[in-house]
Ligand binder design. Structure first.
Ligand SMILES: NC(=O)c1ccc[n+]([C@@H]2O[C@H](COP(=O)([O-])OP(=O)(O)OC[C@H]3O[C@@H](n4cnc5c(N)ncnc54)[C@H](OP(=O)(O)O)[C@@H]3O)[C@@H](O)[C@H]2O)c1
Length: 272
């Protein structure tokens, strides 16, 4: 957080996602990042609570004033209940960063009376700092606001700016829901292994380690999925035999296109 003059941050909701964010910010404070933290959470994880107290964070304050940045990480259905609490932290200059799925920039602006609003969509590997978070900023946000938000989201993993809010539905369908598709791939691979005579536990370990290892290889080498796939596919070999099936007319490509389209459509409906 070194590029900014001691921003004051209030976080509402330190659950799975909010907790991952604030753990990263605690590290930044320890390294002399100069930020001040206020956290509102009815049910603190005791270890997180102790770590916050150690860095002088203010927890569940009775009185609150405007902060530089307010972060909302409660469930979307809690937003209406949390709004009065959140308002105590909002002044004319406050940026609002929300990771609540489906809550629009308009709704956030209207409920909180803030113009500098940023809406972000993380995904579940964020819990271990390996997620990807896409965000979109309201027109009132400055380049500095966007840079600050990118820094604040870093504890969750990589960060991708989006040019338009309407793309949030597609992002929800691709990276938001995407980890579940990969888990399903591992489940199906394990089931196929069992069909070939491998026992259930070994099949699950083989499939999980294969999915995890392939993902890690892609991340660490920085090579594209396509390039890595070609590297392991020798002409006439076993991988090619499988890929011929997976690339067919009824194969993985058309199936995933339909799956992503269905999830995008569902996200649009839920946002209405
Ligand atoms: N998990 C994901 O993969 C994912 C992906 C994309 C987006 N998101 C978004 O991230 C947000 C947080 O999700 P999560 O998985 O971190 O949920 P979570 O673990 O349930 O965290 C929400 C936290 O907010 C707390 N809270 C509830 N009411 C509150 C209040 N009035 N004031 C202050 N804190 C309050 C909850 O406390 P209690 O436990 O006592 O209720 C909980 O600790 C959601 O809006 C979700 O849409 C999550």
């Amino acid at each position: 957080m070194s590029g900014f003059e001691s921003p004051s941050i209030a976080l509402i909701g330190a659950g799975a996602m909010g907790g991952a964010l604030v753990r990263g910010w605690i590290e930044a404070v320890r390294k002399g990042g100069g930020l001040t933290l206020t956290v509102v959470e009815p049910n603190f994880d005791p270890e997180l609570e102790r770590a916050l107290e150690k860095v002088g964070a203010v927890l569940n304050p009775h009185q609150a004033g405007a902060v530089d940045i307010l972060v909302l990480a409660v469930k979307p259905q809690s937003f209406a209940a949390v709004a009065p609490e959140a308002l105590r932290f909002v002044g004319p200059e406050t940026r609002v960063l929300s990771i609540m799925a489906g809550v629009t920039i308009d709704a956030l602006s209207r409920e909180l009376g803030a113009a500098r609003v940023i809406r972000a969509m993380p995904n579940v590997p964020a819990r271990i700092g390996r997620g990807v978070t896409a965000y979109v900023a309201a027109p009132a946000c400055t380049a500095e606001d966007r840079a600050l938000v990118e820094q604040l989201l870093e504890p969750l993993g990589s960060v991708e700016p989006l040019p338009a809010e309407r793309l949030m539905d597609a992002v929800t369908a691709v990276s938001g829901s995407g980890p579940a598709y990969v888990f399903l791939l591992a489940e199906c691979l394990a089931a196929a292994a069992e069909q070939e005579g491998i026992d259930r536990d070994t099949a699950q370990r083989l499939a999980s380690a294969t999915v995890a290892g392939a993902g890690a290889l892609m991340l660490e080498t920085g090579e594209t999925a396509g390039a890595l796939r070609k590297q392991v596919t020798s002409p006439g070999g076993t991988t090619e035999a499988a890929l011929d099936v997976l690339s067919g007319m009824e194969g993985l490509g058309p199936l995933l296109r339909r799956a992503v389209a269905a999830a995008t459509q569902r996200s649009r409906e839920l946002g209405k």
